[in-house]
Design a protein around this ligand. Sequence first.
Ligand code: Q46
Ligand code: ZN
Length: 316
Amino acid sequence: MRCHRCHAPANVEIRRSRIAFCARCYPDWFRAQVQERIDHDRMFRRDQRVLVAVSGGKDSLALWHTLMRLGYRADGLYVRLGIGEYSRRSQAKAEGFANRHGLLLHQVDLEADHGFVVPDLVEARSGKPCAACGTVKRYHFNKVAAELGYDVVATGHNLDDEAATLFGNLVHWNGEYLARQLPVLESTHPGFVRKVKPLYRLSERETAAYALVERIDYILEECPMAKGAKSLAYKDMLNCLEEQQPGAKYRFLVGFLKQGRSVLPAAAPEAADVRRCSRCGQPTTAELCAYCRMADRGRRKHETKDRKYGRTPVGP
Ligand code: Q46
Ligand code: ZN
């Protein structure tokens, strides 16, 4: 195959569009796709400040790199989750990227600042802390963005992530989550910062190719706690389908956003009684926000482990 732009031998094929690019032209195509989504979905403007949720993986670093190259004012936030070696290595990748490009990386350290780590949130029933970990990350991305005056939080969710989430929400007929599955989540309260997903139409393969061509040094291994997660099974199924029908994932997600959403019952209105958490000041509908309640459980578990293993507590 030849490059769609310069006709040199191609290196990256975009199967769903039946086009291909050479390594020199591919990054421009990728960035143009992101720019088009930012503009079309009115994600943010050039004069606004963007906080990128950085994990050290290919998607978040490819997103940060792209925004930097497109000339946006984008800083990063890395949350130290305390998942052993995996967290240490991903932190090093995030810091290395920021240093190499002279970018500002904020950090939150769960153990030092909040007295627990994500493995403390393992549930007795599923043995997986992913739902709780998601709450922890969303909380800190929102809190840091709100406190430091960022206009928007950008995450590296790609087409594969979004299609797998959609598939899972359909399998379980999760109407409330389906209604909130959007590439732009508007702020519904002054304490909630807008959330956007500029890579949502680009596949994992396309993002990985961008990271490779741009020589982005990212963490290759998956989080050890993802093992057995339902989302991985959904991704495998969608990949099988994609193999037989190139473009199926794209049509599934984009079709849902364009047509499927219109047949959903209207999303439940946001609770009117949003107030400030009595401990941390973040918006919530209860006396204590979900994060503060979860952090209490995590700290208790962490202290039990400290006593059991004779460790010196590191918490605040
Ligand atoms: S970091 Fe956290 Fe992920 Fe690890 S514990 Fe699960 S949610 S898998 S993206
Ligand atoms: Zn709180």
